[in-house]
Design a binder for this molecule. Sequence first.
Ligand code: UGA
Length: 432
Amino acid sequence: MKIAVAGTGYVGLVTGVCLASKGHQVTCVDVDEKKVEKMKRGETPIYEPGLQELMAQSVKNLSFTTDYKEAYRDADVIFIGVGTPEKYDGSANLAYVYEVAKQIAQNAEKHCVVVLKSTVPIGTNDKIESYIHDKQINDVKIYVASNPEFLSQGTAVHDTLHASRIVIGVTEEYPAKVLQKVYEDFDAPKLVVERRSAEMIKYASNDFLALKISYINEIANLCEVVGADIEEVTEGMGFDGRIGNRFLKAGIGYGGSCFPKDTKALNWLANFNDNEIRTIRAAIEVNENQKFKLIKKAKKYYHDFLFLNVAILGCTFKPGTDDLREAPSLVNVPLLLEDGAHVRIWDPVGTANFKKRFPDKIQYCDSIEQAIEGADICLILTEWESVKNFEVEKFQKLMKCPIVLDGRNCYSLSAFENTKITYDSIGRKTIN
Ligand code: UGA
């Protein structure tokens, strides 16, 4: 089958490469010439484990272009995987999706199925379909199907090849058949539903996970007050299959390009329809506060941060990615700088992106040791493996004042018991 994919971000590129790996002929389209040139050389424009290798293996089925006219002209299926960023009012910005829809309408010369992978508000597929039909030039049948994406950054290739489910939202039989064929070699349950249900499945899933995280963060905050241990609590809860043990990790809040955006978008959509979704509104509020948790903890040890040497371990929104979108580091570091702290940051892949936003005032370090040497306090913001495997004695050996505030519960409390390190984490008692 001849497939075109619009957009080469996490969703578009990973989808394109995975489909090519299953034998489809895939053309990935992007407006960014530099990006396209890079991909033609076999390099991925995003950091995603395993993607570059799979791209190399599938090279004979893959092409990259800025020439959307040629790509959409005779494609059987066109996936739309462009971004739907948050607007100022919290709603989703659909300008990129509409732009691609227009290009398809003006260039498709044969019957095809347009598949919306981007996360879009409920009802968008209907609108895109009417929009395409209004704008189309050639007398061909263009179907629109919703096929939301459930991949996570850092495990995107695995999540696509071994998806928990493939949701196909349609109003007619033909696009369902085509998508079943596209995905026939993917070992995942396939679910054919109404188009609006498919759109809602995406938001409801992401927002439920965000809600779970905010809930557990509130329980963790309460654990600190009443003397319970959140790690023990979540272990005990997770055995109940109805609750499950995933997405119960307490921390300094969720970030990334999805949960923050999708919670706000659903909240907006509810309000727009004279409705309310109070649980999600609460999840958003809890998350915004949780991001400041370590700063609040730091105030227990120092009145102010003037001239304080602060080591930051991890700046990405989670491990396995160089993505900084909505990362807690983006609110914590500016606060520390504003208050006159000397900030040093270590992150295995995120510092290049951080440097683009904060070129001055921060010392970027190549090792954890370099970041913590002489520090008055250390804040752990991302649970990278090298942080989790770091010998904790080194905090004592290298820091001026060994106070470690761990926003991701990277260590067991017992690791600090016979040390002079003050270890203050989330939802657990403080050691020393
Ligand atoms: C999320 C969803 O997990 C995917 O299923 C979805 O497809 C994707 O959004 C999307 O809509 O595109 P992602 O944003 O890549 O994926 O990252 P997650 O692994 O879900 O983590 C999001 C945030 O939640 C991170 O900041 C992470 O640190 C935090 N988190 C996650 C916790 O604080 N606790 C947990 O137990 C799990």
